[in-house]
Ligand binder design. Structure first.
Ligand code: F6R
Length: 246
């Protein structure tokens, strides 16, 4: 595990964006695994800045997002497809046809998951996977469970995740109860995994995930076994817990 600590959200976002930019510069036709949620918004803003200043070219980049709510259309402003268009894709020169998000409108869960696994396989594999971290240690929408999910799966969201995401909806009842998510096995196959974690509210869970026991009850804990795992946090999230790695 490599750890980088920014003094605040802006600095942590810039560190994460620099690592992603380095990946794109080193391999212009790379496959980026991308995340939604509040945490990566600042990172995407820096990537957009870098594109606009001519530092970055996304014309050959492919992207594969982690997850999508089951039942939401790309036009729904709470869908993760909408989020990605709004926060990144519409502002850089990535080709729309090179961007992938699970199909929230596919009613047949098995078909939706198979289709997404085929997309991932055809991409040749993810070079760098960006992840946020849920308050219960989830990555993608892989919630605490008895086993680590290998491939794309349809999950029932836990109440803690529904409550955490209710801030984006009119109320908790409107949060979809299911989602399609890339599996943990697929995440582990990414060549590099970058977890970005910010804010004091994540301090306990980030410690539990990366300094505690590896168990499917804390899904992100498996990343301790990833050979190229990078943790980027701000001082509020990391506290003094990761000083030995800095
Ligand atoms: C988003 C995702 C989730 C979030 C996590 C943290 O695509 O897969 O695992 O990364 O819920 O969300 P925020 O960043 O909003 O705290």
């Amino acid at each position: 595990m490599r750890v980088y600590c920014g003094k605040d959200y802006e600095e942590a976002s810039r560190i994460a964006a620099n690592l992603i930019a380095a990946q794109v510069i080193m391999k212009p036709d790379c496959v980026l695994g991308l995340a939604t949620g509040s945490t990566p918004i600042g990172t995407y803003q820096v990537l957009v800045e870098k594109y606009k200043s001519g530092e970055l070219d996304f014309s050959k980049v492919h992207s594969i997002n982690l997850d999508e709510y089951r039942g939401l259309s790309p036009e729904n402003d709470q869908s993760y497809r909408y989020f990605m268009n709004d926060n990144l894709f519409n502002h850089v020169n990535i080709k729309p046809e090179n961007t992938n998000v699970p199909d929230g409108l596919e009613k047949d869960a098995e078909a939706a998951c198979k289709k997404y696994d085929a997309v991932i396989e055809q991409s040749g594999g993810i070079d760098l996977q960006l992840l946020g971290l849920g308050h219960n240690g989830h990555i993608g929408f892989n919630e605490p469970a008895d086993a680590f999910a290998k491939s794309t799966n349809c999950v029932k969201l836990t109440q803690s995740t529904i409550d955490a995401n209710a801030r984006f909806f009119a109320n908790a009842d409107e949060v979809p109860k299911e989602a399609y998510t890339m599996g943990i096995g697929t995440i582990m196959q990414a060549k590099t995994v970058l977890v970005l974690v910010t804010g004091s509210g994540k301090r306990d869970i980030v410690k539990k995930c990366f300094l505690g026991d590896v168990t499917p009850q804390v899904p992100a804990s498996i990343l301790q076994f990833h050979p190229n795992f990078i943790l980027v946090g701000d001082a509020d999230a990391l506290g003094d817990n990761f000083n030995a790695f800095l």
